[in-house]
Ligand binder design. Sequence first.
Ligand SMILES: NC(=O)c1ccc[n+]([C@@H]2O[C@H](COP(=O)([O-])OP(=O)(O)OC[C@H]3O[C@@H](n4cnc5c(N)ncnc54)[C@H](O)[C@@H]3O)[C@@H](O)[C@H]2O)c1
Length: 251
Amino acid sequence: MNQENIVVITGGASGIGLSSTNRFLKEGYEVIIIDIDKKAGKKLEKDLKSKGYTLIFKHCNISSYQQVKEVFKSLKNDNKTPNVLVNSAGISPGLNMLHKYPVDEWHKAIEINLNGTFYSCREFLKLAINKKIKSGAIVNVASIMGVRASGAQASYAASKHAVVGLTKSIGIEYAPLNIRANAVGPGVIDTPMNTELMKDEKIMQFLLSRIPNNRVATPDEVANLIFFLASPEASYITGSYYPVDGGYLAT
Ligand SMILES: NC(=O)c1ccc[n+]([C@@H]2O[C@H](COP(=O)([O-])OP(=O)(O)OC[C@H]3O[C@@H](n4cnc5c(N)ncnc54)[C@H](O)[C@@H]3O)[C@@H](O)[C@H]2O)c1
């Protein structure tokens, strides 16, 4: 396997991350999944390996810097140098007015959605520079809440706005080294994260009324954008944010 075709995908065992895993595998990449869900990750590794794909699952909580560091150290020891990083691991915290917002839930959203993304970007870039890769790409999964807000979702909006800022900074800092960084902003996507939400007809009606395409998206529709931004086709695209939202942000 060509060293230039290795992608690390955080949250690669479910939803948008899983669609990305499947897409990169189909395009001939070796995929390394980082996920906290050991059962799903192990099963995926077994299933996809039996189909002939090259996939490694690393059980890891991305909100632990130590654990993320260990994963990238093990990749270095195994002489694997990823040239693409997709950060899809994330959570959607509970809804609440800010003055009643549980402080531990605030910290959890920031620790997973923001700090986790920072840790994996840091370790990916460190390894990429150590191994002097010729080109690389990072795609961080933010949200429409990375540029817009809605009531009762301050911790999510704050974490995703910060992911967009982090991504832009990386784009600027690493452009001279030919490592690009972009963020994607999914709207409402049909993934396990939204299973409960999508059962609520009233909320769905309200959400759909705000989406010009009048439907939710499949995770594959987000993975299409992620793959494009990671590929050489996007060679002059960096430091930016791209929504995939059925027109939501245009309204
Ligand atoms: N589904 C949507 O409508 C939507 C919209 C906008 C943005 N997003 C963002 O897309 C990303 C993926 O969401 P999804 O809908 O695919 O959700 P999902 O719940 O299907 O998948 C999230 C994955 O991240 C993993 N994960 C969660 N916490 C982790 C941790 N601490 N360490 C390692 N892995 C962890 C989970 O185990 C899971 O495999 C998230 O960052 C989410 O905020 C989703």
